[in-house]
Design a protein around this ligand. Structure first.
Ligand SMILES: Nc1ncnc2c1ncn2[C@@H]1O[C@H](COP(=O)(O)OP(=O)(O)OP(=O)(O)O)[C@@H](O)[C@H]1O
Ligand SMILES: [Mg+2]
Length: 237
């Protein structure tokens, strides 16, 4: 299922165009940021009521400029089409390193991590570094869905020519009428979320010729099922 009507060539062109525009905006934004900083330093030396008010305004502007810069950087990361390096990849190992990474914070939040790995899983022909990014995005969401603790279950298995990764949490879940939205760019229900985590994960997985689907029950938790091909052979260019 796809929500846009562009073919991949057109999409690449639009991405390049948009990334160029973002760069053009980022440069003057940088200049604004530096000058606001200098202005604020000047105002800090004065101590009239008027200067304090101005300094507050300048700080507010600095914050907003910072936010804009953050949004643009996130967009650039999303729009960048990475060159994929396919190699034999140990999926269980990749998941293990993501779980190691989030482990300390999960423990702090009383999240129990349960692993059920198929140790006979074949190595898959994938770009392991981008797949790791995709898995991290999904696993971070699972963690963020359980602010009061819960269980994160990660299972791997093989079925025919595909390897499956099931990431299940006992968190807040997704309302049925919101399920279609969660893979949309910029859809977020979080205070500081950019809404690019899942669209990025899906794009990466699809570039590796896989799929990602969600099953969720509002209030009970969510399950993300990722399917990846064992033997995908990218066409030589
Ligand atoms: N495991 C989950 N449980 C409940 N809701 C989820 C889960 N994963 C995603 N969502 C919902 O989907 C939305 C989009 O997720 P996505 O990862 O794209 O963005 P985000 O997490 O809000 O921000 P970020 O860009 O920091 O990842 C989330 O805001 C949340 O509402
Ligand atoms: Mg996210």
């Amino acid at each position: 299922m796809s929500e846009n009507n562009f073919n991949s060539g057109e999409l690449n062109y639009l991405n390049t165009l948009a990334a160029g525009l973002v760069h053009e905006i980022k440069n003057p934004l940088n200049a604004i940021s530096i000058n606001l900083q200098l202005l604020n330093e000047d105002l800090q030396d004065q101590d009239s009521e008027r200067d304090r008010k101005m300094s507050n305004r300048v700080q507010l502007l600095q914050k907003e400029v910072g936010r804009l810069d953050h949004i643009l950087s996130d967009f650039l990361r999303f729009a960048k089409t990475p060159v994929l390096h396919f190699e034999k990849c140990d999926i269980n190992g990749v998941i293990e390193s993501v779980l190691d990474f989030i482990g300390p914070e999960a423990m702090q939040n009383s999240i129990r991590i349960l692993k059920s790995f198929d140790t006979t899983l074949p190595k898959c022909n994938l770009d392991s570094s981008v797949i790791k990014q995709a898995l991290l995005n999904v696993i971070l969401n699972a963690q963020q869905a359980m602010p009061n603790g819960g269980e994160l279950m990660v299972r791997t298995y093989q079925n025919g020519e595909n390897v499956f990764i099931d990431i299940t949490d006992t968190g807040v879940g997704v309302q049925e009428n919101k399920i279609d939205k969660i893979f949309q760019v910029y859809y977020s229900t979080k205070k500081n979320g950019t809404g690019l985590g899942l669209p990025t994960a899906r794009r990466i997985i699809e570039e590796n010729r896989g799929t990602i689907n969600i099953r969720s029950e509002d209030g009970k938790g969510s399950s993300f099922l990722i399917k990846l091909p064992v033997n995908y052979k990218p066409e030589a260019k």
